[in-house]
Design a binder for this molecule. Structure first.
Ligand code: SF4
Length: 373
């Protein structure tokens, strides 16, 4: 099932409306984090490192609706934490569907089968299931044996019930491009609507700091993965963002394109960095020193960043900023095989062993208790 035409039309007309209104900074996707608790303790994620009193906090449905209305973005991504652990997630989703927002509920799917009756299939709701590769790679990345099988089982059940399902995959240094390509085949065979990809970002709080990718390595890895592409693969990403990952395009970061709202308020400047919070979306836009961020700023925190939440909105903006950007998007959509002999050679290069399991002390027992709550 492809992305519904109504979603494409909603997003395209929204971006064109912003352009015609002369707005330079507009949000495309609201990153709504209703909690930080999780039932996993992934080595590349820093969210569950908050102290217990923060991990206990939830955004109320009313908080979520107010943020969505303030922001005005046509799409809402709900990461976390694990959103399915939120005690009122059903109400939150129902309210966002009623507001006709296109929602990507990002989940590790461990609780999806158990909670699926809270939701009704809708063109506005997509389960974006976190899968970081084939069985072994995923289980290592999320530090949980059996996590892949549970997630795939839940994907099958959600598809059987008529839900929209995509995958989201974060890749770190040591990812095996051949295995990633085989993973794409597996996901397409499962019948998911599309796949999202991003290189990992080095969170200060992440327990495993050794395996984040520099920009040159990121481009090399994605060139190997995304060149000589199979026609069966569908990505839920702008073709220009994929070209950016492959090193074929350069864009400045647009951190306001995917603003973050969570239990602290509106996060400055982006989903990844925390340089303060604002009470309103307008205040966050007006009071953030945007020139201090992005690769060109010289900010060391941004030096190696190529993540989806910073650059997908840049790629979408490029599509609608010029005729050449629009034509490049059409070309990337129609001719997506990107033949490349050097990339075939890169696929044969030996890959360093994948990173070992890094278990955060105490996290497993805490999160299991929360799962059962
Ligand atoms: S470059 Fe990355 S870390 Fe820096 S502002 Fe953009 S998204 Fe945030």
């Amino acid at each position: 099932m492809p992305v519904p035409v109504s979603q494409m039309w909603t997003v395209a007309s929204y971006v064109l409306g912003q352009k015609l209104a002369g707005r330079k900074q507009y949000p495309l996707v609201l990153m709504l984090e209703p909690l930080f608790r999780c039932n996993l303790a992934c080595a590349g994620c820093g969210k569950i490192q908050y102290p217990a009193h923060i991990l206990k906090k939830d955004l109320s449905p009313e908080d979520c609706f107010r943020a969505v209305e303030e922001c005005g973005a046509p799409m809402v991504s709900i990461p976390g934490g694990e959103p399915l652990m939120h005690p009122r997630i059903g109400e939150i989703i129902e309210g966002l569907v009623a507001r006709k927002k296109y929602i990507y509920l990002c989940t590790n799917a461990l609780l999806l089968k158990e909670k699926i009756d809270l939701f009704k299939p809708s063109k506005y709701l997509t389960f974006s299931v976190h899968l970081d590769g084939q069985r072994e790679e995923h289980d290592l990345a999320v530090c949980r044996e059996g996590g892949y099988d549970i997630a795939v089982d839940a994907v099958k059940e959600a598809l059987r019930r008529g839900f929209r399902v995509t995958t989201n995959t974060t890749l770190f240094d040591g990812a095996n491009p051949k295995s990633v390509r085989a993973f794409f085949d597996e996901m397409m065979e499962l019948g998911v609507e599309g796949m999202m990809l991003s290189p990992g970002y080095s969170y200060d709080k992440a327990p495993d700091q050794k395996h984040f990718l520099g920009r040159a390595k990121t481009r090399r890895m994605f060139r190997a993965i995304l060149s000589n592409r199979k026609s069966s693969w569908r990505f839920n990403l702008s073709p220009l963002f994929l070209e950016f990952l492959m090193g074929k395009k350069t864009y400045p970061c647009t951190p306001w394109g995917m603003p973050t709202y969570n239990v602290f308020g509106w996060q400055k400047p982006c989903y990844l960095l925390q340089d303060g919070y604002a009470d309103t979306f307008a205040e966050m836009l007006a009071t953030t020193e945007w020139s201090n961020y992005g690769t060109e700023s010289g900010n060391p925190a941004c030096a190696n960043c190529m993540v989806h939440s910073g650059y997908e909105a840049s790629a979408v903006n490029a599509t609608f900023s010029s005729l050449s950007g629009f034509l490049a998007t059409v070309k990337g959509t129609l001719f997506s095989s990107y033949p490349d002999k050097e990339a075939l050679r890169l696929l044969e290069e030996p890959v360093a062993a994948v990173h070992p399991l890094v278990q955060i002390e105490g996290a497993e027992s805490r999160s299991l208790q929360e799962t059962g709550a």
